[in-house]
Structures are given as structure tokens and as C-alpha cells.
Design a protein around this ligand. Structure first.
Ligand code: SF4
Ligand code: SF4
Length: 202
């Protein structure tokens, strides 16, 4: 029948249109709270229960991002007992090699006395305007030293070139934004340490 697809399409549009108002009415009548500008409203609109068409009132409202959301990477550091920042990166350069648009630059630290390389970056730079958020650097890093961030609010009037100081974030921040990944990595780390200890005892 001619026009069948057209009628079907219009039906979908009408259902969306109807659901938009019906959802607003049920929230209003059911007194579930505010559908906009409230944590309950955001939780509802970002869930599978959301119906119809709605907008997010950004920047006042922000939809929570899933754990695997990827934005510009950051460098993980562990805090020492005296508050020192022990960066995990050994400046091995693997991330810079695998980065498809080649937007990572690393300068390795050298021992001032001997001139020999020290496994830590003196400088670490990522051009965030070129980074395509692919996650290869985090995927290939053998030391869990570089991770993909959730912070997507980095727009500025200048070039977004992030230096080492800007890139460094504590391990606790990583655990907060990626709890499942963090738990998995810590479990693997503990298992490896136990196996090493058992081997040493044998
Ligand atoms: S972030 Fe990881 S892969 Fe990149 S240089 Fe540091 S240790 Fe190597
Ligand atoms: S996320 Fe991809 S593009 Fe961005 S720095 Fe890492 S490897 Fe390069």
C-alpha cells in the first residue's frame, strides 16, 4: 500500500509527542518532584524509563556519564605518606608510539650527576585539541599510569595543550570515576604480588 511507511513514521512521531506531555503530566500529578533541575529528574531522564522528548538544561544540569566514557587522558599519581606525588608513569613512551594522531610528547628525566635516564617523565604533554579520545594510550600503558578522564568541560579561548602538572590526578580520583576498572586492576595487582611472595617463599 502506498504511504504505509509515511503513516508508520507519523505514528512514531505522534507517540513521541504524546509521551513527552504524558511523562510531564505523570511527574506533575504523581508529585515525584521536579523533572528538571533535580537529581531525581536527571536520574529518570537518563534511565531506560525516560519517555518522549526532553532536553538537558546544560550547564545547570549534566547527565551522568557511564564508567567507560572517555575524554582526554590524565596521569595517575599515588600519594606518599608525606603527601608526595608518586607518578606511575615511567616515561617508557609506549603511549606516545601508539597514539594515532601523535599528540603525546614525553621528555624523560635524566640523572643530573650521571646523565643516565630515570624512569619518570620530566615533561609530559598532550595536545587535547588533537586527542581523539580513542583510549589507546590507556589501553597499552603497561603501568596503569594513564587513564581516560570523564571531565569533558575543557573548552577555552586558547589551545588546550595540557602539561604534566595539568595532567596529574590522584589514584583516588581514578577510583572514584572508574570504580569497577579500579577494583579489577587492584585485584590483579594483589594476585600478582601474592604469587610473587609465594614464589619467593618456595
Ligand atoms: S603513560 Fe604509561 S605508556 Fe605512557 S610513557 Fe607513561 S608508563 Fe609509558
Ligand atoms: S586518547 Fe588516543 S588520541 Fe588521545 S592521547 Fe590517548 S592515544 Fe592519543
Amino acid at each position: 500500500m502506498y504511504g504505509k511507511g509515511l503513516i508508520k513514521g507519523l505514528g512514531v512521531t505522534f507517540i513521541r509527542y504524546w509521551n513527552t506531555y504524558w511523562d510531564d503530566i505523570t511527574w506533575f500529578v504523581g508529585r515525584k518532584g521536579k523533572k528538571y533541575y533535580s537529581p531525581e529528574g536527571i536520574a529518570h531522564r537518563s534511565s531506560k524509563n525516560a519517555r518522549g522528548i526532553f532536553t538537558v538544561q546544560y550547564p545547570e544540569e549534566k547527565l551522568p556519564v557511564p564508567e567507560e566514557f572517555r575524554y582526554v587522558p590524565f596521569l595517575v599519581f599515588e600519594e606518599g605518606p608525606d603527601g608526595e606525588k608518586n607518578i606511575r608513569c615511567t616515561s617508557c613512551g609506549i603511549c606516545a608510539k601508539v597514539c594515532p594522531p601523535q599528540c603525546i610528547w614525553i621528555v624523560r628525566t635524566s640523572d643530573p650527576a650521571t646523565g643516565r635516564p630515570v624512569p619518570a617523565p620530566a615533561e609530559f604533554t598532550i595536545d587535547a585539541d588533537i586527542c581523539m579520545n580513542c583510549g589507546f594510550c590507556a589501553e597499552f600503558c603497561p603501568f596503569d599510569a594513564i587513564k581516560m578522564d570523564h571531565d569533558y568541560e575543557i573548552s577555552s579561548e586558547k589551545r588546550n595543550v595540557h602539561n604534566k602538572q595539568m595532567l596529574m590526578k590522584p589514584l583516588s580520583y581514578y577510583a572514584e570515576i572508574r570504580p569497577l576498572n579500579y577494583a579489577k586492576e587492584e585485584a590483579a595487582r594483589a594476585e600478582k604480588a601474592a604469587a610473587k611472595a609465594a614464589k619467593a617463599d618456595a
